[in-house]
Design a protein around this ligand. Structure first.
Ligand code: URA
Length: 462
């Protein structure tokens, strides 16, 4: 006998009242949305009920399946090696992908990276890549596959063919104040990654003031949910909770971050960025080779970064995607903003905090971030922070630099930088460990604050 037609109000009602929605009914509701028999207002009401009632693991699974099955799935089985990607939930100064993709390719992985644009107070990988003149982030899937095969990594934007149901639902969540629903964030991110035909996935979940989800307990819940979704579908998935209580590296702003990533590939640091990239690539290799000793993988990754081979591979990817490789050889050739000014300390003191969120919002204020999807942005503006938490500074010492388009931007930029770098006396506040937690199929491990390495509660190293 055929199932009776789905009545949207009954599904909404069940979720509103905290009852489990039968999985086949929920699937019919989502299919109805794709076919046009369930309207935007039905789904919006369901999403708001979900905001308060959450989703069960079985309901989350229905969303993931419906999202993946709504679109194309890549076939990357022609590649002669393991396919591993990384996804970050986004943070201020997070330029890891630009360093990590060529470095992981240098370690024998294929990295089919589909990234996003900056939205809100965080910059996006696509915008950073487009600071390189000519770089094409909208390759056809065929061209993407060719670059991936010849270079080992390729970086493009999300194509319309992948998970269109997620795209539509995300559009509704964005305008109905229902983005912060952890199981839906997990389903949304994972549906796109599951369509990438991967052997392994590393998730970088940022925690702290500059993160999309600032609270540790919620970030951990997101990490656990995403690992569960991946592992249930046979995708080996590891998540790291990483610090976003200060910016990552020194540069904040698209082109400035691109230049910093290139310098990092050339072995010039900064230390926190380099360390995070090395640790993340180590995790990516371990996803496909869990038998290999970690110390051996780590030494190889550091050697690949130190030798300049990862930088050469980045140059090859830039060339293959139509970009101008000369800016990689000399990052000072990237377009800089017309005005640059240094902000100096006015008195002696201690740097107590470098707040990431005001800097991220500041990039938007200077014209370097979007208020709405599709807005044009200025890739050259932003900040360089020249001090770290715990530094003692003297009057006249540079705290940072502002790169602005005009005088008004410069005035605002200076205020923003002064507000972000909090000075005082006494002791500096505790910073989060660069990597505080690691989540995989076997559970959660926490960081050893003395070494920055994570360890299991039984004392065994990762
Ligand atoms: N990023 C996504 O892709 N989806 C979400 O729901 C949130 C962040």
């Amino acid at each position: 006998m055929e199932d009776p037609p789905v009545i949207p109000a009954r599904i909404i009602e069940a979720k509103r009242d905290g009852l489990a929605v039968p999985v086949e009914r929920l699937r019919a509701f989502l299919d109805g949305y794709l076919q046009g028999t369930v309207e935007d207002y039905h789904l919006s009401a369901f999403l708001m009920a979900t905001y308060f009632q959450g989703l069960t693991p079985a309901e989350t699974d229905v969303f993931v399946r419906a999202m993946v099955e709504s679109g194309a799935r890549m076939d990357l089985s022609y590649l002669p090696g393991p396919r591993v990607d990384k996804h970050s939930t986004g943070g201020v100064g997070d330029k890891v992908s630009l360093v990590l993709a060529p470095l992981a390719a240098e370690m024998g992985l294929f990295v089919p990276m589909m990234s996003g644009r900056g939205l809100g107070h965080t910059t996006g990988t696509l915008d950073k890549l487009e600071a390189i003149p000519g770089f094409d982030t909208a390759l056809s899937l065929d061209a993407f596959r060719r670059v991936l095969e010849s270079v080992g990594c390729a970086m493009i934007g999300q194509t319309h063919e992948i998970a269109p149901l997620d795209r539509r639902i995300y559009g509704l969540r964005d305008v109905t104040a229902t983005v912060p629903i952890i199981p839906l964030i997990a389903a949304s991110i994972m549906s796109k990654k599951l369509a990438e035909d991967l052997d392994g996935l590393l998730l970088d979940v940022k925690v702290g003031d500059g993160a999309f989800i600032p609270e540790e307990d919620r970030a951990l819940e997101l990490a656990r949910t995403m690992v569960m979704v991946g592992e249930e579908r046979g995708l080996r998935t590891t998540a790291l909770l990483t610090a976003m209580d200060r910016p990552l590296g020194r540069a904040v702003g698209n082109g400035l971050e691109t230049a910093e990533a290139i310098r990092c590939l050339a072995g010039e640091g900064p230390e926190d960025l380099e360390e995070l990239c090395v640790r993340e690539v180590e995790e990516m290799v371990a996803l496909t080779r869990p038998d290999r000793p970690r110390t051996e993988i780590e030494a190889e990754v550091r050697a690949a970064l130190g030798s300049g081979r990862a930088l050469d591979r980045f140059v090859r990817m830039v060339e293959a995607q139509g970009g101008d490789p000369s800016v990689v050889e000399d990052p000072t050739r990237l377009e800089d903003a017309p005005l640059r000014d240094t902000v100096v300390a006015t008195e002696e003191g201690l740097v107590k905090e470098v707040r990431p969120r005001p800097l991220g919002v500041g990039v938007v204020t200077l014209g370097g971030g979007r208020l709405r999807t599709g807005d044009a942005i200025d890739l050259s503006v932003g900040f360089e922070v020249l001090v770290s938490v715990g530094d003692r500074v003297v009057p006249g010492q540079p705290l940072g630099m502002v790169h602005a388009r005009d005088g008004d931007g410069m005035r605002r930029g200076i205020e923003i930088l002064r507000d972000a770098v909090q000075m005082g006396s006494g002791d500096a506040g505790e910073l989060r460990p660069l990597i505080s937690h690691r989540v995989d199929a076997s559970g959660v491990t926490t960081a050893d604050p003395t070494s920055g390495k994570t360890h299991r509660p039984d004392g065994a190293r990762r």
